[in-house]
Ligand binder design. Structure first.
Ligand code: HEC
Ligand code: HEC
Ligand code: HEC
Ligand code: HEC
Ligand code: HEC
Length: 186
């Protein structure tokens, strides 16, 4: 275990691992999510091959990935013979954003920046979210979850690499990105 290597006391480690196991259970035990519209990722990201960031634009700019504005949906779904699901989309015309619910969610004390992973580290969305482009309806639960061990395992694998971008990321990496509690817990 890595913990002892970084000077952890065994007792604290056991307590933390217990909390982590509890948190992982909480994630799996979360009730299934029902979305207001049966949006099919397969049609859009699979068949139409729209890049993920067409709709989740902020993933390249910000900590959060965000959702597409209704106006973007309506740019393709405004008129014509609408199916019942498309009629629901059209009902939001001029009436604000569709109230999509969150499926992936870390505990509030964990900081996860999309931009760093998508742009600087070039990790694909699927590495963390699974094959979203194969879904013909919204996921009721995360296809894949990331426990603290998964985050750290990748950080450990990647810190050895030669080239690292300048700026705050490099500062964090120089302080052993893999084990610095403050990088992820703020
Ligand atoms: C680039 C154009 C484009 C954009 C943008 C787009 N769609 Fe679609 N969508 C399509 C096409 C094409 C289909 C498949 C043919 C059809 O059913 O109209 C489709 C199918 C669908 C379906 C399945 C319809 C059914 O009843 O089977 C839903 C629901 C849907 N889209 C919702 C949305 C929502 C919500 C958004 C915005 C988040 C969106 N679409 C954005 C082009 C688009
Ligand atoms: C046409 C727009 C569109 C495209 C393209 C698209 N998405 Fe989405 N995405 C949505 C909408 C709308 C939702 C909310 C409904 C749902 O969960 O299906 C969503 C939800 C998600 C969620 C769940 C977020 C949460 O609540 O926790 C993830 C993860 C996701 N998308 C990843 C992807 C990935 C990865 C790709 C590329 C393979 C992609 N999306 C392509 C529109 C899109
Ligand atoms: C290194 C892992 C990782 C990668 C790569 C990643 N995500 Fe995420 N994503 C997460 C985690 C973890 C959460 C939950 C974040 C939280 O609760 O603070 C999340 C949440 C989301 C959400 C819902 C909350 C939000 O931020 O709006 C969407 C949508 C999403 N991701 C889409 C994407 C898309 C699209 C890509 C690729 C462009 C992507 N993600 C790449 C790990 C990742
Ligand atoms: C690379 C990111 C990362 C680093 C570094 C990290 N953690 Fe975490 N930690 C997480 C994530 C993500 C979770 C939530 C998911 C889970 O419980 O596995 C978490 C959960 C926890 C929890 C469980 C809290 C709860 O919500 O029940 C504890 C305790 C914890 N971390 C302590 C630490 C300590 C102490 C360190 C430094 C030795 C550390 N973490 C370093 C990402 C990280
Ligand atoms: C597949 C690999 C991978 C996974 C999984 C991953 N990361 Fe990272 N993460 C990286 C890399 C690589 C960097 C450093 C970027 C660089 O230096 O280019 C990084 C950097 C970071 C940073 C510091 C950057 C900043 O802007 O402050 C934080 C915080 C972070 N990750 C949190 C997390 C958390 C939390 C998780 C799990 C929910 C996670 N990461 C999962 C690869 C990963």
């Amino acid at each position: 275990m890595r913990w002892h290597g970084v000077g952890w006391r065994a007792g604290a480690g056991v307590v933390a691992l217990g909390l982590i196991a509890w948190a992982a259970f909480e994630i799996w035990a979360a009730p299934p999510v029902t979305q207001p519209i049966q949006f099919p990722h397969k049609t859009h990201a699979g068949d139409l091959s729209l890049p993920c960031t067409t709709c989740h634009e902020r993933a390249e700019k910000d900590a959060v990935a965000g959702r597409p504005p209704t106006a973007l949906c309506l740019s393709c779904h405004a008129g014509g013979d609408a199916t019942p699901e498309i009629k629901k989309v059209q009902a939001f015309e001029g009436g604000g954003e569709i109230p999509w619910k969150r499926v992936w969610r870390l505990p509030p004390h964990v900081y996860f920046p999309h931009r760093t992973h998508v742009v600087a580290a070039k990790v694909t969305c699927q590495t963390c979210h699974g094959p979203m482009e194969t879904l013909d309806r919204p996921p009721a639960r995360p296809l894949k979850t990331l426990a603290m061990d998964d985050c750290i395992a990748c950080h450990e694998k990647r810190t050895g690499r030669a080239e690292r971008p300048a700026g705050p990321v490099a500062v964090v990496a120089a302080r052993a990105l893999s084990t610095d509690c403050n990088a992820c817990h703020r």
